[in-house]
Design a protein around this ligand. Sequence first.
Ligand SMILES: *Cc1c(COP(=O)(O)O)cnc(C)c1O
Length: 433
Amino acid sequence: MRYYSLNRTSPSVNFQDASVRGQAPDKGLYFPENIPTLPDGFISSLKEMTPEEIAYHVLAPYVGDSIPESVLRRILQETISFDIPLVKVAEDIYSLELFHGPTLAFKDVGARFMSRCLGYFARERKEKLVVLVATSGDTGGAVANGFYDVPGVEVVILYPSGKVSPVQEKQLTALGRNIHALEVKGNFDDCQRMVKTAFADDELMGRIFLTSANSINVARWLPQQIYYFLALRQWEDLNKPPVFCVPSGNFGNICAGLLANRSGLPVEHFIAAVNDNDVIARYLETGDYYPIQAVPTLSNAMDVGDPSNFIRIEEIFGGEWETMTSRLSSVSISDEETMATIKRVYEQSGYLLDPHGAVGYLALERYLEKHPGQKGIFLETAHPVKFPESVEAITGKPIPVPDHVLPLLARPKVSTLIEPDYATLKNALLHLA
Ligand SMILES: *Cc1c(COP(=O)(O)O)cnc(C)c1O
């Protein structure tokens, strides 16, 4: 498989180069040259296959000869080594629980796959790979966990001091070994700026093998297709496919679902559930795309004012507006509605949503009201314990922390406090390599 740049001036590359580079030299996102079609009978035999087998068949065409079959199978087994259950929450509404991974959010799937692929490439090149990432909270944890103890890879995470939640901070700073946390005396924009300066520093790039763990990386984007198939594997009636409702920010997750659908996954319709950051909801209504300055909401992982993956969605539909709007809608949900939904669903069924899942639930419910006879799945993208302030205020009780994350929370925070200045970062990077 070759990948071309959506800016269309850089040459096409294979899976290895696309994932090591992250972004094309012309700053475009990489996109597969052709979208594979799943073999006949694949969908009807989903229930007989193991999750690993399904994942392999979906991903193998995208990876091509960049990774040998036995290695890819092992990587995929490690990528989905936790449960992804489909749980009935209300009549016609099901939750695909993507929060059973090590950092309690769906980003674990993409981060684990990418980290293992990059680890394999670093070993092949016999070069030490340094992964540099700035985080405002969630991404850093998934990336740190994914790369933890991967041989040949050092990870440097920049995060704004005092601006991430206590659980998030432990996820960034308590692992140790090859994970190095730099606590920046500044805000997320300072961290982001320092990372960008590093990637633009030719002298540095010539001395170390540096890559980013950005969410637009194909190795993070593509494996997200897997759990749409795993949802269908648990669906009763494949002749009556579900509506999928995806809480969306940068639109990578839903874009993976649309790609899977193109390959042959049966889906009735897609809904992008968004919060007050409703650029795409407006676009699908009016045809006008106006990026905004992101506004803060309770579902903060979706606070994105100019979603970077939307351009891939347009590419999937070949730029055809009519086709896109017939397959994809978007519903915007306010913070007030999010809170009311967490409360109502908890009271009605005892099911505890996190704010992102609540946005998905309500968007799906609204859609189904207008389309009787259909059933749907919303993606529950994070565990409610990651957002205790909003959720506990509603339920009035502390949310139990899943056992598997307790050991990490008990470990000490280890970070290096630095000024928001590039020379300090550069020094740290050269020291590692
Ligand atoms: C990142 C994130 C999202 C948004 O996913 P995109 O792929 O950026 O659309 C939704 N929910 C949670 C909990 C997240 O961490």
